[in-house]
Every structure is written in C-alpha cells, then in structure tokens.
Ligand binder design. Sequence first.
Ligand code: ADP
Length: 476
Amino acid sequence: MKIKLPKINFDKNSINFKLWAYFILFAAFLLSLLWLLQIFFLNTYYQEMKISETNRIANVIADKYGKPDFVETIRSLSVSNDMYIQIETDDAILFSPGNESGRMPVYMYLPEMSTVRKMLFKDNQRSASVIIPQKNPGHGDRKTLAYASFLEKTADDKVILYIFSPLFPVDSTVGILRNQLIYVTIISLCMAFCLSFYLSNRISKPIRSITKSAEKLAAGQYGVPFEGGHYTEIIQLADTLNMTSVELEKTDSLRKDLIANVSHDLRTPLTMVKSYAEMIRDLSGDNPEKRKAHLEVIIEEADRLNLLVSDMLDLSRLQTHVTPLEKSQFSLLEAAQSIIHSLGIYESRDGYKFVLDCPEDIIVTADENKIKRVISNLLNNAIKYCGEDKEIEVKIFSKDGAARCEVSDHGMGIAADEIDQIWDRYYKASTHHVREVKGTGLGLSIVKEIVLLHKGRYGVDSKEGEGSTFYFELNK
Ligand code: ADP
C-alpha cells in the first residue's frame, strides 16, 4: 500500500512555509519566555514577592498600632505568613515571637536585626529592608529578608517593628522545573511542528487545487470543478470561481455562435449588396430602370442585415439575462390589439385578415414589451407562412389557470420531423427556405427565450398542408 505524504512546499513565500515558520517561531517565543521566567528569574521574582508581602504586612501592623486587637493581629499575621515579628522600644520588647509557644526565639535573627537597625538609623528613613545570607551554621545557604520600620518616632520615644522572613533556596525547585520544562519544550516543539505542518497543508491544499483548476479553465476547459476544502473563505472563492466558469462558458459559446452566425448569415446579404453594387457600377449605372431595381435589392438586403443584427443582439441579451424583466399588469387582449393595429398595412395593402377571438379579457403580470414582441413575432411568421386565404386568427383565453394566446394560420404547416427544431436559432424549415420569404431564423428563438424567462410554456400544433397554431401560456 502506498502512503501518500503531504507535499512540502519549500518556497519561502508559500503559505505552507510561512504558516509553518510562524507557528514554530511563536512556539519558540512562548517557550523561551517560560524558560526565562521559570528558570532564570524565579529567584528574583520570589524575592520581590517576599519584599512586597513584607511591606504589605508592615503596613497592616502600622495601621493596627495602638488598637485593641493589635497583638492578636500580629500573632495571626506572623503565624500565617511564616514571619518573625518583633516590636520594641529603646528599653523594652513589646512583642516577640519568643513569647509564642513553638516559635523560634528572635535571637536567631540578632545579626540581621542589628544590620537592618543600622540601616534604618543610618539613612534616617521610615523603613529599611535587606536580604542577608544567614550566618547560622547548619542552615545551608538560606537567606533572610530583614525589615525594620518605625511605628512611632519622637525625640524620646521610638517604637520599632522588625519583620524577619526566611527565604528558602529556589535551586531545587528550579531543578525540578528545568526537568519538566525540557519535556514541555520537546513536546511543544514537536506538536507545533506537526500541527503547523498539518494546518498549513490543510489551508494550502484547496488553494493549490483551485490554482490547478484555474489553469485548466485558462486553457479553455470549462466545467472543471473548483473545490474549496474546509474553510469558509476558500469555499466562497471556489464557489465564485465555479460561477465564473459557468459564465465564461456561456460567454464563450455565445462568442463562438456569434462568429459562426456572422460569418454565415451576415455574409450572404453582404455578398448580395456587393454584387449588386458592382453590377450598378459596371452594367446598369446608365440604365435608370435596371439601376433602380438593383438599388432596390441593395436596400432590401440592407434592411435584412439590419433586422438580423438587431435580432441577434436581442437574442443574446435575452440569453445572457442582461436586461431584467420589467413586470407590470396589463391586458393581453390590448397587447394583441396594438400589435394587430401596427400590422394594419397588411390588411389594407395586401388583403390579410386578422381575426381576434377573445371571450374574456385576461390581465397578466409580465414584461409588456417583451410579450408584445412574442405576439408580434408569431403574427409576422403567420403573415409570412399563411396560406392563400391570408387569414390569421388570434385567440386569447384561459386554460388550466393560465393565460393562453394562440396564433393560427392556414398555411403549409411544418413537417413533423422539423417541428422540434424550428425553435432553434437560425433554423429555417426546408420547405420555406427561400430567400423571397424574409426572415432571420431568430424570431422563434426570441419567442422561446422570452416565454421561458416568464416561466411560461410555448409550442406549436401543425399539420402539413393545413396550417399551424403557435401558442404561449403565461401564469396569471
Ligand atoms: P424565420 O425568420 O425564418 O421565420 P423563425 O425562428 O421565426 O425564423 O422561424 C423558424 C422557422 O419555423 C421558419 O423558418 C419556418 O420554417 C418555420 N415557421 C415559423 N412560423 C411558421 C408558420 N406560421 N407556419 C409554418 N412554418 C413556420
């Protein structure tokens, strides 16, 4: 079995290395702090603590001086803090640990007492404290903190407070701590090493995988998944990139389509324009009738081009959802009437007949301009492909809770095997693919996109030779 070890990235700027290095540095810093405080400064720290403790107690005693519970306070303070307290005047001892049963007599501290007393008098201070190595044999290298202060100081009356506090050697404690710290250091460093290694890998792995996917995407491989791993920020990044990939794919296919369409559909009318222009230049320039006919063709082709370009733009706008739906409430009947009205010229000039059948007015909530575009495209198709009778029927009614609009003609209909493809862009049914019938091949694709944007349904019932009924349905 092959065990897969995480890859170590030795690039000094990589997240992997940086995270790992910071982690180790942080652990090292914490450990050094611990070593310094525990091993090197423990003694100083202990002495400082004792000094401040002694000062505090001296203050308490000074406060209690002269109060009824004075002696009781000293007694309990001296026992609970393991301190030797003596209070004396020039000629009498007011309080001494010698009085206490089981306590060491104060003569133990006579040398310290004279030292601290000298200091107190020498500098004429309120208090003095000093750490003195104990002279007494048999006590190892013990030290004593000696403290003295005046409880009362007048010209002829001086009350002095002495506090002696044994300082125990911290060497043995330091030894134990050092032993422990060695283990703590080794374990912490190992843990920091492993943890940082694991964490940095966990963070950088999805980023590496995202980079790989992005490289594939850059090479045009759409649909490569971006995986974000376990962290919210990276998951968000991966999601965004996934969305970007989908959008890029859409844009790319639109771009490809557009190039294909431009080269195919725009070229034909352009070629026509060019050849007719050449004909006018070389042949018909002097013949007004021919020239007029040729110019007519050029104008017609230019119109066709215009229509095609605007249909192309409309369709790609719809497909890329560039323009959002501007929904409002409007009457479907009125929308159909206005389109039929705009096509009035076909009735008056060409003898077409529009029959509008609407048993009830139906109000829909939709983008009015876009729905009008749908009706207009269907009606224009019906005009183009209707039969000899030139009769086109528009029916608006409710069906299964939806508003339905049907546009029927009695034309040649659509072959059953082509019926599914007429909704595709640029599809023109074989029977109608004659240049006399103007069309961009985009009309029904636009209808389909608009109806789908409204979450509606669309379709056609058609029989070859009998005619077609195109319909769309909108939810009310
Ligand atoms: P075009 O610009 O060619 O009309 P459309 O997308 O509007 O493009 O229509 C696609 C094809 O569907 C048309 O070329 C035609 O063959 C067929 N078609 C559309 N409407 C009708 C209709 N009312 N009767 C018969 N065929 C139709």
